[in-house]
Design a protein around this ligand. Structure first.
Ligand code: HSE
Length: 427
């Protein structure tokens, strides 16, 4: 039977989950995968954490050099997170010919080209299923399941923290700040929630997933990003009345106009398959030219779900003779000739507050007409008072930049007190 030695860098939530799965399933993998996987070494500053997991002291390394020079280690699992020192450790492992399995989306989306170059040089494997959507096997699906298709669209809820917050705001009518505070108390959101709530985490994942789906490198800088910090309970409630649910969507499209990648809050109809993805669950919806629609659903974070993805990569690497690398030219900059769409198309929900007097709405509608933006719905919500009347306008499909320009003109009308929100309507 093939034997494989693993080293785990970092025994935080995901590292501990990975260790636990490998320890508890060792016999199961011997029997079902015909491979004997042993954890030969771990790198963890908090030694007690390793000892508490039952790891022998002799297997706790003091530094990365000990791990890369250990001949019993074939595969290095990096679950430290962030760019440094993870990048240096991963490069050291690859330079010494060891296969790397990582859950690190930030490192991967920013340095994929560099890591892949190092891996190819020594014929080492480089696996990253756990970097996107935790336990949901989206990367294996793209690389090994629907590679027979031209993928034209990828839409996902790929951040559990924001989905948890938006689900609770929707259910309870609660505001963002109080739900965030509660989510932090319950451990759903980090103490510093920026990466999740500002959409960075989802943008890292979308950069990786759309590169794989569309067979071209999609650098992070090309991903339009907006988080959920400005989402208000009022808009969620108005959306509900109109038959919509608000989600933080990651959208990738590839068509004759080019590649379009964006992360932002969006309304989707309540009968859309993604509308019922709630709490901290994630889902990705793919459209392929042969298969049609495919949706994957599951846990995008957590010790065991993310550990599941890591161990799946370990088994894949251990049981395949040839390693798989990107299907495209993996460079820092996008490939020449690939167009990226900035001025994407969507429908828009716009809420503003106006003085309740004759002719105001006609002026607003006039600006949209001049901008060639067709209005699908215009609703005045209530009678208002001296602080103004809320008005909601929904457009037909139109261009992003045209809408932003029209909104600026509306903002400057004397009877318009404020433009309160602009939310894309998708699906
Ligand atoms: N923090 C992420 C989420 C999981 O909330 O989905 C790791 O990417």
């Amino acid at each position: 039977m093939k034997t494989v030695g693993v080293a785990i860098l970092g025994l935080g939530v995901v590292g501990s989950g990975t260790y636990t799965i490998l320890r508890d399933h060792r016999d199961f993998y011997r029997r079902t995968q015909h491979v004997d996987i042993s954890v030969e070494s771990v790198l963890e500053l908090n030694k007690q954490r390793a000892l508490d997991l039952g790891i022998e002291e002799s297997r706790i390394a003091d530094n990365i050099a000990e791990i890369v020079s250990n001949p019993a280690v074939d595969i290095v699992v990096e679950v430290i997170g962030g760019v440094e020192p993870a990048r240096s450790f991963v490069l050291a492992a690859l330079h010494s010919g060891k296969t790397v399995v990582t859950s690190n989306k930030e490192l991967f989306c920013k340095h994929w080209y560099e890591l892949e170059k190092a891996a190819k040089r020594t014929n080492a494997g480089l696996y990253f299923e756990a970097s996107c959507v935790g336990g949901v096997p989206i990367i294996r699906t793209l690389v090994d399941g629907v590679q027979s298709n031209v993928i034209t669209r990828l839409t996902g809820i790929i951040n559990g923290t924001t989905n948890y917050i938006l689900t609770r705001m929707t259910r309870e009518g609660a505001d963002y700040a109080s739900v965030l505070k509660d989510a932090q108390k319950l451990g759903y959101a980090e103490k510093d929630p920026t990466a999740d709530v500002e959409g960075f985490d989802a943008a890292y994942k979308l950069s990786i997933l759309s590169s794989l789906a569309f067979h071209t490198r999609v650098p992070l800088e090309k991903v339009y990003r907006e988080g959920i910090a400005n989402v208000s309970a009022v808009d969620i409630a108005h959306g509900k009345d109109l038959g919509y649910v608000l989600k933080l969507l990651a959208i990738g499209k590839n068509n004759e106009n080019g590649v379009e990648v964006r992360v932002h809050p969006a309304f989707i109809r309540k009968d859309h398959p993604l509308a019922s993805v709630n709490d901290s669950f994630n889902a990705v919806f793919l459209q392929g030219d042969s298969v049609g629609d495919v949706m994957l659903y599951g846990r995008g974070a957590g010790a065991l779900p993310t550990g599941s993805a890591i161990v799946s990569d370990i088994i894949y690497a251990a049981t395949h003779a040839d390693h798989k690398y990107a299907t495209f030219k993996n460079t820092m900059l996008p490939e020449k000739g690939v167009k990226f769409v900035n001025d994407f198309k969507s429908r828009y929900y716009i809420r503003f507050t106006v003085k309740d007097r004759a002719g105001v709405l006609a002026k607003v509608a006039g600006i949209f007409a001049k901008s060639n933006i067709s209005i699908a719905d215009l609703l005045q919500k209530g009678d208002g008072d001296e602080s103004g009347t809320p008005v909601i306008l929904i457009t037909h499909e139109t261009h992003e930049l045209a809408v932003r320009r029209a909104v600026e003109k509306i903002r400057s009308l004397p009877d318009v007190f404020s433009v309160d929100s602009l939310i894309r309507v998708e699906g």
